[in-house]
Design a protein around this ligand. Structure first.
Ligand code: JHZ
Length: 392
């Protein structure tokens, strides 16, 4: 049975940045979150139609993020060394920072956002401009054969029907093949109070516990887990066909850590929900108070996560003047729901502001280092993770 524990209110499409004249038909939905007592999976209660989120207007370019490009290069090198795969498939390849480390002859991509599928096709990687399903997996097997490595980053948690996705992966994997994927960690979200990991695209936030249950049901087993710092705390999950590898200590350790935290208990989620409501109250009060004192506030990073925060906490351009973002496709547009203007970082003198809210809190160190001049001039950062606080 699925039990609701959190209501994040009326939310827009998190990555759909808007033109001033495109506000009337903005799509909204109710973002409620449920816990499945049987599988222990945490999911959005009412999914948004995938075509509304993942299409040719998708605005998140991985290659514009140097830390993430480095992360994917290192990941590709490590997987190459460990598994020496010949045939490689990436699901959700975005603009190609991972697949570009593999051979064009033996590697293929699946990417439903047309703008990105065009890029990796242009780079020479056969890219299917489709959602990942069992139907597509059959087509891929007939055209390319079985895969030795299937990799996916920040994409499997976007897939609403996990049973179908995992069945399709099992079908496509060669007998000794591995399926490796990484997504934000539910445990880290619960520990850090980072409720903004929940938005339309994240149909689920994964624990190792829930994945272990669902993968097994679909003929796959987890044999290793890496805990990563990217995206505010993620897990890299290594899987293979059932019984085809021994289960490593990292799996047992992660399952134990999650059990000790109470990840399998509904009460844990009720406590989290209370913390989230408190965070909303404090953040809104803090920003309102600063504004009343005549302070100017900017936000850094027009992230999907900040869409959740601003819409849940009722934060708009009366509190935050603008959001700076390095992504050209977001600049000159209005942030989803809050309609705060998104501007190029280069067009803003940060020293004109007293406070900078970290929409991209997961890049806290990178941003603090880059913006040391702001701090030297008396500027302060505000973050809501792990609790509402100022720092400089
Ligand atoms: P970032 C994305 O979420 C979307 P987001 C996606 N759905 C997903 O699953 C998660 O990642 C994992 C900008 N920036 O990576 C660049 C600056 O402006 O936290 C990006 O627009 N200045 C695939 O959107 C944004 O911030 C900087 O100095 O929450 C970061 O977005 C830096 C470092 C970044 O992901």
């Amino acid at each position: 049975m699925k039990k609701e524990f959190l209501d994040l209110g009326r939310q827009p499409i998190a990555n759909k940045f808007l033109k001033k004249d495109g506000l009337e038909d903005e799509f909204f939905f109710n973002l409620k979150v449920v816990f499945d007592e049987e599988t222990k999976l945490v999911s959005i209660k009412d999914f948004v139609a995938p075509e509304l989120m993942f299409n040719e207007d998708y605005a998140y370019n991985t290659s514009l993020s140097t830390p993430m490009v480095n992360h994917f290069k290192e990941t590709a090198e490590m997987l190459n060394m460990k598994f020496r795969p010949r045939k490689v498939l990436e699901i959700g390849s975005n603009d190609g920072p991972f697949i570009s480390n593999f051979s064009k002859v033996d590697s293929i991509c699946v990417e439903p956002c047309g703008n990105f599928a065009e890029i990796t096709n242009g780079m020479g990687y056969h890219t299917y401009d489709n959602f990942w399903t069992t139907d597509l997996s059959e087509k891929i097997i007939s055209e390319h054969g079985y895969m030795d490595l299937i990799y996916s980053a920040n994409c499997i948690c976007h897939i609403q029907d996990l049973d179908d996705a995992f069945k399709a992966i099992k079908n496509t994997l060669s007998p000794s093949g591995v399926f490796v994927f990484e997504d934000p960690s539910l445990l880290r979200m619960l520990e850090r109070g980072s409720y903004d990991q929940i938005y339309d695209e994240h149909a689920h936030v994964f624990s190792v516990t829930a994945l272990n249950n669902i993968l097994r049901k679909n003929g796959l087993q987890i044999f290793s887990v890496d805990n990563l710092s990217v995206h505010g705390g993620s897990n890299r999950i290594y899987t293979c066909h059932l019984e085809s590898s021994t289960i490593g200590d990292s799996v047992k350790q992660n399952l134990k850590e999650e059990k000790d935290f109470g990840i399998d208990k509904f009460e844990t989620y009720q406590i989290f929900a209370n913390r989230v409501e408190e965070s909303k109250k404090i953040l809104h009060e803090k920003l309102s108070d600063l504004k009343q004192k005549g302070k100017k506030i900017v936000s850094i990073g027009a992230t999907s996560k900040s869409t959740t925060v601003f819409n849940y906490c009722g934060i708009d351009s009366s509190l935050i003047d603008c959001i700076t973002d390095t992504t050209p496709d977001k600049q000159g547009l209005l942030a989803p729901g809050s309609h705060i203007p998104v501007v190029d970082r280069e067009s803003v003198n940060l020293n004109d502001y007293d406070y900078a809210f970290l929409g991209a809190w997961n890049f806290k160190e990178v941003i603090a280092n880059k913006e040391s001049d702001f701090v030297e001039n008396g500027g302060k950062f505000i973050t809501h993770v792990p609790q509402i606080m100022e720092f400089s």
